[in-house]
Design a binder for this molecule. Structure first.
Ligand SMILES: NC(=O)C1=CN([C@@H]2O[C@H](COP(=O)(O)OP(=O)(O)OC[C@H]3O[C@@H](n4cnc5c(N)ncnc54)[C@H](OP(=O)(O)O)[C@@H]3O)[C@@H](O)[C@H]2O)C=CC1
Ligand SMILES: N[C@@H](CCC(=O)OP(=O)(O)O)C(=O)O
Length: 419
């Protein structure tokens, strides 16, 4: 076994033993720890900004795109959101140990289900430092231990955050190894982590195509995939077009780099003449490049022609594909063919069209008259999020505390025997 594998194994062993302690930690202990972490972040702002600056300088050198720099950057606002998230999660109801779905069987036996932690969760995520804190907060509150592997562009910021987490954890009743960061950018560590079935119960991969390919080949630990968001907004023939314009602009321009950003706009043919010139000039004001289908280009000839590659692309950039469709069926067909099952929206005033879209579009979140950029656990009231699960099993859509738990059966009796 090489040095890296040994280091990973040691992290796994420590996490496994921390997970057992975490499962019996009280709500008060867990909440206090989150408050302590928030306090340490508040007190370490200067050091955090310095570490982040190192990452930002490297990002400039490596010509990272503006959207990627945007998600890497720590600002007063992102730090405030992190600590607010920690305090909110601390105040949330602890799901662990609650008994539910109780029934009493004819023999008097009481059958219930108890919420329990998943155990050790490995999280592989992009270069977005707030994930380090959001993931730690949710894992701790839900009684889990976690092993974090952040994106390499955020290495210095994550190391600084890991130091803060360590310091804060030492002042709590929780095991310090309940949160551990993999302190290397070597991608071999990811390969090893996803095979550590002895120590890791589940892997949450947040990322794009390169990560997916590797996991498909190598992962042995079960995955809750948090993958790419090729999100659509469909402007129906019965849409309120002013509202549609507002929704489309927000879905595309709120933040170009997030997985909930709209990548393709679908427009019903009956409203295309009216709507497309409006969207063209609004997007031009935001500097968004539009790539249109043939019909779109008969109405807006200045647009770049779109190809199949555009329907498949998650730009994460100020580029938008636009396609005119003949019906809601065509829109849903397009989404089924090219979408990634993340988040898709319809804009319509027609209740029947809305119902059909809700029922028939098979994505982790389906919106009616809302922009796709709402794909976020905080916005859904979960306090924070591990990410947006694109998995069908266990947890789907924004994952908060409950998504990090499972249930076991608990039975109570008075000595009944099976006859
Ligand atoms: N559904 C969701 O909740 C989320 C989805 N995403 C998706 O992530 C993508 C954008 O993020 P991006 O930074 O490009 O994602 P990447 O997939 O490039 O990176 C994400 C993480 O995976 C690691 N990784 C990537 N490829 C490999 C590999 N071959 N072997 C080992 N580790 C690997 C990266 O490490 P390294 O730093 O070394 O590259 C990083 O830690 C988009 O598709 C976006 O939609 C992002 C966030 C949340
Ligand atoms: N759900 C979060 C962002 C999750 C996400 O997409 O992350 P990223 O791909 O790093 O921008 C939000 O909307 O702020």
């Amino acid at each position: 076994m090489n040095d890296l594998a040994q280091t990973l194994d040691a992290i796994g062993q420590r996490a496994k033993s921390a997970a057992r302690e975490m499962a019996r930690a009280t709500d008060a202990e867990k909440s206090k720890a989150l408050m302590m972490i928030a306090q340490h972040i508040d007190e370490s702002q200067t050091a955090l900004f310095q570490a982040n600056q190192e990452d930002l300088d490297a990002a400039v050198k490596h010509e990272l795109s503006p959207a990627m720099v945007d998600r890497l950057r720590l600002s007063d606002k992102t730090l405030m959101t992190m600590t607010k998230g920690l305090r909110q999660v601390a105040e949330m109801v602890d799901p662990i140990g609650s008994l539910g779905n109780t029934i009493v069987r004819p023999n008097g036996m009481r059958v219930s289900q108890m919420r329990v932690p998943l155990g050790v969760i490995g999280i592989i995520y992009e270069s977005r430092p707030n994930v380090t804190i959001d993931a730690a907060a949710l894992c701790l509150k839900s009684g889990n231990a976690c092993i974090l592997r952040g994106g390499s562009e955020a290495f210095h910021t994550n190391m600084a955050l890991a130091g803060i987490l360590r310091e804060a954890m030492l002042q709590t009743a929780l095991p310090k190894d309940a949160v551990q960061l993999i302190e290397t950018t070597d991608r071999q560590a990811v390969g090893h982590l996803v095979k550590m079935t002895e120590y890791v119960d589940v892997i949450v991969p947040r990322g794009g195509k390169s990560l997916i390919r590797r996991l498909q080949d190598e992962a042995r630990v079960p995955l809750i995939k948090h993958l790419d968001g090729n999100c659509h907004v469909y402007v129906d023939e019965h849409a309120d077009l002013e509202r549609a314009l507002k929704i489309a602009i927000n879905a595309k321009t709120y933040r170009y780099g997030i997985c909930g950003a709209m990548e393709t706009l679908l427009v019903h043919r009956r409203v295309a003449n009216d709507f497309l010139p409006k969207i063209e000039s609004a997007m031009a004001e935001h500097g968004v490049e539009l790539r249109g289908c043939e019909i779109t280009r008969t109405i807006c000839p200045a647009m770049t022609p779109a190809t199949d590659e555009d329907w498949a692309e998650e730009y994460l950039a100020p580029i938008l594909a636009v396609r005119v469709v003949d019906s809601i069926d065509d829109a849903m067909e397009h989404i089924a063919r090219w979408g990634s099952g993340h988040t898709d929206a319809i804009v319509t005033q027609d209740v029947d069209a809305a119902r059909r879209f809700e029922r028939e579009v098979d994505s982790s979140s389906v919106y009616v008259n809302l922009p796709t950029c709402f794909a976020d656990g905080f916005e859904y009231g979960l306090g924070a999020e591990i990410g947006i699960s694109t998995n069908r099993l266990h947890a789907r859509g924004p994952v908060g505390l409950e998504g990090l738990t499972t249930q076991k059966w608990v039975l109570h009796g008075e000595g009944q025997t099976r006859g």
